[in-house]
Design a protein around this ligand. Structure first.
Ligand code: AOF
Ligand code: ZN
Length: 355
């Protein structure tokens, strides 16, 4: 199952809105083949692992319950491929919460004389699959709130020319997350201050899969010449002037008009729209006012806080200046990564948890 989990991890973010799944075929304790989910519309992990091999009498390990037929399905059901291949035993990590599959995939295999075990590696798989599991149960994206702060809780000190706090290791770690999420989101303040490209560049190289760039600008403050628009983006706005929107559209960016609320674009509505567009995972990178609104609306599921060992003092801009009203509970299942000399603190937050 460890091999199957590794195969699933390798395709994380490249299968949306399908889940990333890994499967391996084993005979007498030896690995026969490995498969992982292809891009949407392509082969599933089990089908890939079973293709072109003699699987009679083998054991199949799969991180997710094999799929059943349902209306609108794009690929042949994995349960049928498994039965046809004469696999004798299937070890499943977790159930697929997708209604037509949940529990039915396992029952189908058992009804066809295959021995099935469920739950192997479930903890690690649940953690790997959180974006899919949340998206399936709520229809909205799994949201990671990412920021970098100094020891005194400041995000930068532009008056002193300090815009970037963390070191190369931390920057690279952040690019690794950009490389798997479906979308990255920032507010207008970040675009105006930093003019970011918002591309995924782990090890300095742009990856083939680039996240959708989502930019929030209720009133139309960003220069249409900003780098992010030139790369193709989804601009979310409310009451901005038509002429400004037209110049943004002319750059190739798409414009989405949303309802407004006290703090700008209505984030609940935006999350529903992103879910309808198959965004399963969303990385929110700031700035401070967008992060505050996100926490206040209880839309973040995970926090990635990069902490840099320096103090910015009174010129520094605080991460959450307006003390938004939000859940004061500590993060759950906290993990630390040392990215010398910085530290990444990761943990879960918000109301959603896998069942
Ligand atoms: C699996 N293995 O690798 C994946 C599964 O339209 P389709 O044919 O691609 O089916 C999509 C559904 O199949 C998806 O909603 C989810 O329930 C399941 N995904 N199942 O057995 C896989 N990716
Ligand atoms: Zn399948």
């Amino acid at each position: 199952m460890q091999r199957a989990i590794a195969a699933a991890h390798n395709v994380r973010g490249h299968t949306s809105p399908n889940p990333w799944v890994g499967a391996v075929v084993v005979r007498d304790g030896s690995l026969v083949s490995v498969g992982a989910t292809s891009a949407y519309g392509g082969a599933h992990a089990e089908a890939a692992a079973l293709a072109n091999i003699d699987a009679a009498g083998t054991t199949l390990f799969t991180t997710l319950e094999p799929c059943m037929p349902f209306e609108g399905k794009r690929t042949p059901p994995c349960v049928e491929a498994i039965v046809a291949s004469r696999v004798s035993r299937v070890v499943v990590g977790i159930e697929d919460p997708h209604a037509p599959v949940r529990g039915a995939g396992v029952s189908y295999l058992r009804a066809h004389g295959i021995e099935v075990e469920v739950g192997d590696g479930a903890e690690a798989i649940t953690s790997l699959m959180r974006p899919y599991l949340k998206f399936r149960s709520t229809g909205t994206p799994y949201c990671i709130a990412k920021f970098a702060v100094s020891l005194d809780g400041k995000v930068g000190a532009p008056a002193q020319g300090i815009r970037w706090l963390t070191s190369a290791l931390a920057l690279n770690r952040a690019h690794q997350d950009r490389a798997w999420v479906d979308a990255i989101m920032v507010g207008s303040g970040t675009v105006i201050a930093d003019d970011p490209a918002l591309t995924a560049r782990p090890d300095g190289v742009e990856t083939g899969h680039q996240p959708l760039r989502v930019v929030l600008d209720g009133r139309g403050r960003i220069d249409p010449g900003a780098k992010v628009f030139g790369r193709g983006a989804l601009l979310c706005t409310t009451s901005s002037p038509i002429a400004w929107r037209n110049s943004v559209t002319a750059t190739g960016a798409a414009v989405l008009e949303l309802e407004s609320d006290d703090s700008g674009v209505n984030l609940d509505q935006l999350f529903r729209v992103l879910g309808q567009r198959s965004v399963m995972s969303l990385l929110v990178e700031g700035g401070p006012s967008l992060l505050a609104s996100l926490f206040e609306a209880e839309l973040a599921d995970e926090v990635h806080a990069y902490v840099a060992p320096r103090i910015l003092g009174p010129d520094g801009i605080p991460l959450l200046p307006d003390s938004p009203r939000f859940d004061a509970e500590p993060l759950r299942e906290v993990e630390l990564e040392v990215l010398h000399p910085d530290v990444l603190i990761r943990g879960y937050t918000g109301n959603w948890s896998p069942a």
